[in-house]
Design a protein around this ligand. Structure first.
Ligand SMILES: [Zn+2]
Length: 135
């Protein structure tokens, strides 16, 4: 499965997909100077509980755009600790996941899916076996 590279532009603040690390921002055309010490992969698992449109992705409360059904994103990042959160509209119920990117563990593989609940559905972010992503 081909991952889409997602960045948060430091110039205009837009979350955009780019073709390759080192590209310019598609929105404002400024060079991104993408720092790729580590990567977080996020896969959105297909689900019969259809929510039309994308799930909003947040890393440390910064919006990183949306992820579509069965999409795989690769987010290049500096080493550090990242809280991964998902939300759609007013539905912000999510079991977040915290990952730490370090020289020893530069890549984190995660997936997000909807867990149906009695009152409301909630999002779950959890680790995924990278072999299942067929990178
Ligand atoms: Zn930009």
């Amino acid at each position: 499965m081909a991952a889409k590279i997602r960045i948060l532009c430091p110039h205009c603040g837009k979350a955009e997909n780019i073709q390759a690390v080192g590209a310019v921002c598609p929105a404002c055309k400024q060079p991104l100077d993408t720092n790729e010490e580590g990567n977080i992969y996020i896969y959105r698992q297909g689900s019969p509980y259809g929510i039309a449109g994308g799930f909003g992705i947040y890393l440390n409360n910064q919006p990183y755009g949306y992820i579509g059904n069965k999409e795989l994103l690769r987010i290049p990042l500096k080493y550090g600790t990242y809280n991964i959160h998902c939300a759609v509209g007013m539905s912000r119920k999510c079991r977040d996941m915290v990952v730490v990117l370090s020289p020893e563990n530069p890549v984190a593989f995660t997936k997000v899916y909807i867990k149906p609940g009695f009152w409301t559905n909630s999002f779950v972010v959890e680790p995924v076996d990278p072999n299942k992503l067929h990178l």
